[in-house]
Design a protein around this ligand. Structure first.
Ligand SMILES: [Zn+2]
Length: 278
């Protein structure tokens, strides 16, 4: 005798993806054994964290709860959890919910000493047209906008793994309603933080999901897609938090190799690797 099971989903995805999780968790009861089997599937490439928590009566789980799985997509429906009735002749019930996040959210320990490279080729003077908590689109965010022509090479500000990207959009406008058309690359760093490179031109990602990249490596071409009032590159660093990602402050190297907080209205250029390695 099995009572109605409720399965709630909470999607923790970045704005371009919110509400369209490629990961799905389903459950099914085996009428013979009474076992309840949970499966997860994923239709898109990328790294995802899946958490399933179950409140249950008269059942035992084959994994400690909440269950936490970190998995690279895409993948076919895969069993992740099995609940077994302690005694089938006695009533049992469960109520569960699952949460999907991008990246490995259980391995986030931000390194506050980390210094980032300007995500541009060395010796290119680039204006920071909007800085941390800027009055345009960055109100609550630690992010920088770099004014650069479309097609400008974009380099990794820090090494890591490409966990998601979008590059098939060709539209942009100066309204929030265009946010969903943004092309971007997400790179997860060793401390679990995520670098976000946005507004890339169509087919402007020069890496693939799953690639490991090093700081300074060419990863894409800038553009004007998404919520953008002119060609530029948006870059931020964030950690997964609540129903979104939360951006955090970061420092970049100035031309002399000194770590500074990037300031709005000031041009910067990335020192060459000889200065950086110094
Ligand atoms: Zn921006």
């Amino acid at each position: 005798m099995y009572f109605q099971m409720l399965l709630w989903a909470f999607l923790l995805l970045t704005p371009p993806l919110r509400g369209q999780s490629p990961v799905e968790v389903k459950w099914k009861e085996d009428p013979k054994t009474g076992q309840v089997v949970y499966t997860a599937s994923c239709t898109s490439p990328g790294l995802y964290s899946i958490e399933v928590d179950v409140q249950m009566k008269g059942l035992q789980s084959d994994h400690p709860l909440p269950l936490r799985v970190v998995k690279w997509g895409p993948f076919e429906p895969t069993e992740i959890l099995r609940l077994t009735p302690k005694n089938q002749s006695v009533g049992y019930s469960s109520r569960s919910m699952y949460t999907i996040s991008q990246g490995d959210i259980w391995n986030v320990h931000p390194d506050t000493e980390q210094i980032y490279w300007l995500p541009m080729e060395p010796h290119r003077d680039v204006l920071i047209s909007q800085g941390f908590k800027g009055r345009g689109s960055h109100r609550g965010d630690y992010a920088i906008d770099l004014t650069v022509p479309q097609g400008t090479p974009v380099t990794a500000a820090r090494g890591g793994w490409v966990i998601d990207l979008k590059e098939d959009n060709d539209r942009g406008c100066s309204s929030m309603r265009c946010m969903k058309y943004a092309n971007y690359i997400l790179i997860q760093h060793a401390d679990g933080t995520i670098g976000n490179y946005v507004h890339l031109q169509q087919d402007g990602a020069l890496v693939d999901i799953g690639d490991q990249v090093v700081a300074g490596q060419l990863i894409g071409k800038s553009g004007n897609t998404g919520w953008s009032s002119g060609p530029h590159l948006h870059f931020d660093v964030s950690i997964p938090a609540g129903l979104n990602r939360r951006t955090i402050p970061f420092q970049i190297l100035d031309p002399s190799g000194k770590a500074v907080t990037p300031k709005e209205g000031i041009p910067y250029s990335r020192p060459d690797p000889a200065v950086i390695d110094h």
